[in-house]
Write a protein that binds this ligand. Structure first.
Ligand code: G
Ligand code: G
Ligand code: NA
Ligand code: MN
Length: 250
């Protein structure tokens, strides 16, 4: 039996979970957001790498049920965090492919509106570009429903400034490849600084992902970056561990 054929049952059987990676807000000097990352712990194979099952799900038409599961769980956990006194913006990854699936969008919009959860969709730039007109229309509808839109992995795809200008995004996430190199490479640092200025010029918030060292964090603060995400801030962890972190000293 191939792994992907087990995905639907795995979703029903509780083999999936979400790990939450904190996002540090420079201005608020604390954690104001998290990125939800899907995890599959297979009963025999153990942990299945997310890149593997996300890629397979995209290729085999399983990305919609997987994403619906992720969003449902993210909504419940966002509300649980709010009830515990933590007003956290919950980011979920959305494959660009799903942006043009109208029944997916209707269902998800209804669930989010009903719940009142504060969600943000992280969309990879390359995927958005595939089907621009329909994807743009869908992004607009999510935004109207109060969902924030983030362009993930910025700088690693087919970046077009003209396209960036057209997308009604709220946030840009600069790809970790540039951020991880910026404490050693002045070229990487310059690219990060330029991207921060570009985002701010367009009225977008900017998150740097892949922050692994205090030097990088200090550089980003000096450059006026809004948010930092990476192993230095925190690894992806289960909800209970996130809550412990949020309850603990800053
Ligand atoms: O922690 P990390 O190894 O989780 O994630 C690997 C990749 O899998 C990242 O590119 C991440 O965006 C992607 N990913 C994790 N969870 C999801 C998800 O729920 N949906 C989609 N589309 N991608 C996800
Ligand atoms: O594609 P996306 O940006 O959603 O990918 C998120 C991925 O980046 C996850 O696999 C997550 O575990 C990983 N990640 C998050 N922070 C860091 C970091 O500081 N260093 C490295 N190497 N990977 C990170
Ligand atoms: Na992401
Ligand atoms: Mn990313």
């Amino acid at each position: 039996l191939s792994l992907i054929s087990e995905l639907m049952a795995a979703l029903r059987n509780g083999e999936f979970s979400l790990a939450y990676q904190p996002k540090y807000d420079f201005r608020a000097e604390g954690i104001t957001g998290v990125e939800a990352l899907a995890r599959w712990t297979h009963p025999r194979r153990g942990v299945v790498p997310p890149d593997l099952f996300v890629g397979m799900a995209e290729e085999t038409g399983h990305i919609r049920p997987l994403t619906e599961w992720v969003i449902r769980r993210a909504i419940v956990d966002q509300r649980a965090l709010a009830a515990a006194g933590h007003d956290i913006l919950m980011s979920v990854n959305i494959s660009g492919r799903l942006l043009t699936d109208e029944t997916f969008a209707e269902e998800v919009l209804a669930a989010i509106t009903e719940s009142g959860a504060r969600l943000c969709f992280e969309i990879t730039e390359t995927a958005v570009m595939d089907n621009s007109e329909r994807a743009l229309a869908m992004i607009g509808r999510f935004k109207d429903a109060g969902v924030c839109v983030s362009l993930d992995d910025y700088g690693s795809g087919l970046s077009s400034l003209a396209y960036l200008k057209r997308i009604p995004a709220d946030e840009l996430k600069i790809d970790k490849a540039f951020v991880m190199g910026m404490d050693k490479s002045s070229r990487d640092a310059l690219l990060v600084k330029s991207t921060i200025d570009l985002a701010h010029g367009l009225g977008l918030r900017i998150t740097a992902e892949g922050v692994e060292s205090p030097t990088t964090l200090a550089l980003l603060r000096g450059m006026g970056c809004d948010m930092a995400q990476g192993f230095l801030i925190g690894r992806p962890k289960p909800l209970h561990a996130l809550i412990e972190r949020l309850n603990g000293p800053a």
